[in-house]
Design a protein around this ligand. Structure first.
Ligand code: ACO
Length: 164
């Protein structure tokens, strides 16, 4: 196993609350075969990604020490049923402070409503806190606002976008 980040950063207090038989751990490069890309398809277009592209991206993330924290939730059959990322950005402002960006949260359609999304966000926010972030931010659609409010987030500034 080659975890993307230190598994100890995932708090016990969160993993203890997963449904029986489920577990949470950092992404590993062999998760290509466990369905992580299928899970991400509930979020947006994923496209065709080969195993070697997946592994290259994993290795790139891993080379950026303490930046990419992508975790997965696996069910009793050892299939990925949920995933999410907190990206830790190091800044100059706030005395060289750090901001956590929560990205690409997805729970497989037939697994939604079991509090897996909540557990993923709880784990990612605690990882961000442990990595020294002074705040955690994310962008989401209006229809997910209530979910993030249940995870303890409040509305911040407006989101702006320029698409290519
Ligand atoms: N609107 C209102 N309430 C919601 C919603 C919603 N869209 N989604 C979940 N909730 C509520 C649940 O009812 C539950 O409430 P309760 O505590 O009162 O029972 C609470 O939020 C926790 O819900 P979970 O069971 O943890 O949610 P789930 O595991 O289904 O995950 C998620 C939620 C991640 C939004 C999932 O539905 C999903 O994968 N959706 C498709 C992809 C997506 O939109 N991802 C988020 C993109 S934004 C980003 O990535 C930063």
């Amino acid at each position: 196993m080659d975890p993307l980040f230190d598994a100890q950063l995932i708090p016990r207090s969160v993993t203890n609350q997963l449904p029986s038989g489920y577990r949470m751990r950092p992404l590993v490069s062999s998760d290509y075969d466990k369905g992580v890309l299928d899970v991400l398809k509930v979020l947006t277009v994923v496209g065709n990604i080969s195993r070697s592209q997946f592994v290259d991206q994993f290795n790139y993330w891993k080379s950026k020490k303490d930046m990419y924290h992508t975790l997965v939730v696996l069910n009793e059959q050892d299939r990925v049923v949920g995933c999410g990322t907190v990206l830790v950005e190091s800044k100059l402002i706030h005395e060289c402070g750090k901001v956590g960006h929560i990205e690409d949260i997805a729970v497989a359609k037939d697994q939604q409503g079991k509090k897996l999304g909540l557990r993923i966000i709880n784990a990612l926010t605690e990882i961000g806190r442990a990595q020294g972030c002074y705040k955690i931010i994310l962008d989401c659609s209006e229809h997910n606002v209530k979910f993030y409010e249940k995870c303890g987030f409040t509305r911040g500034g407006a989101e702006m976008v320029l698409k290519f």
